[in-house]
Design a protein. Structure first.
Lengths: 115, 113
């Protein structure tokens, strides 16, 4: 069964460093998402991406964040200068339909720890 | 902005007990509703969804949920839980025309054999 894969599974970084989290969505999917979950808190929407551009973003997704689909298969989330409060589990998701069907296929997450 | 409340944070049941997890949302317009499940060490998976029609929807593994519009609720039920149902359960909504799912805080279900 096709699945969304994410790397790394866990990254530890120093405050102020740049981090890139990588995702390989399911191959025929067209819509891509990043969500995050701070420990003990809700899963929060960060950004959605379609046709090589951001289609929607939350207020969390400020100038420190960026997304890219560099090569037609990977979908990356970059945090330019990490802060302590960026420590969270980051989930990538994809779907083939752009309607609000909510049938997202999630990866297993990348745990980011900022020291 | 829409929000989702899951009032049960941690539920412990014995096998064969019945389950009902509460979910309420706040939004005045049209929403689609979902329950996702995350088994230990695994990714979030769709359990069931409601878009329109019959307000009682059936999902995988014997789960069902009922949409009660007047109560802004979408409670998840299962008549008889199994140890393998031990997981975290998330209710989520999406507003018509938007891309972003809004999740509840999750309910951790622990089923004891």
């Amino acid at each position: 069964e096709p699945e969304v894969t994410q790397t790394p599974s866990h990254q530890v970084t120093q405050m102020g460093q740049e981090v890139i989290l990588r995702c390989v969505p399911i191959s025929n999917h067209l819509y891509f998402y990043w969500y995050r979950q701070i420990l003990g808190q809700k899963v929060e929407f960060l950004v959605s991406f379609y046709n090589n551009e951001i289609s929607e973003k939350s207020e969390i997704f400020d100038d420190q964040f960026s997304v890219e689909r560099p090569d037609g298969s990977n979908f990356t989330l970059k945090i330019r200068s990490t802060k302590l409060e960026d420590s969270a589990m980051y989930f990538c998701a994809s779907t083939w339909t752009g309607g609000n069907t909510g049938e997202l296929f999630f990866g297993e997450g990348s745990r980011l720890t900022v020291l | 902005a829409q929000s989702v409340s899951q009032h049960n944070h941690h539920v412990i049941l014995s096998e064969a007990a019945s389950l009902e997890l509460g979910c309420n949302y706040s939004y005045g317009g049209t929403v689609n509703l979902f329950w996702y499940v995350q088994y230990p060490g695994q990714h979030l998976q769709l359990l069931l969804k409601y878009f329109s029609g019959d307000p009682l929807v059936k999902g995988i593994k014997g789960f069902e949920a009922e949409f009660i519009k007047s109560k802004f609720s979408f409670n998840l039920r299962k008549p008889s839980v199994q140890w393998s149902d031990t997981a975290e359960y998330f209710c989520a909504v999406i507003v018509t025309g938007r891309r972003a799912l809004t999740f509840g805080s999750g309910t951790r279900l622990q089923v004891q054999p």
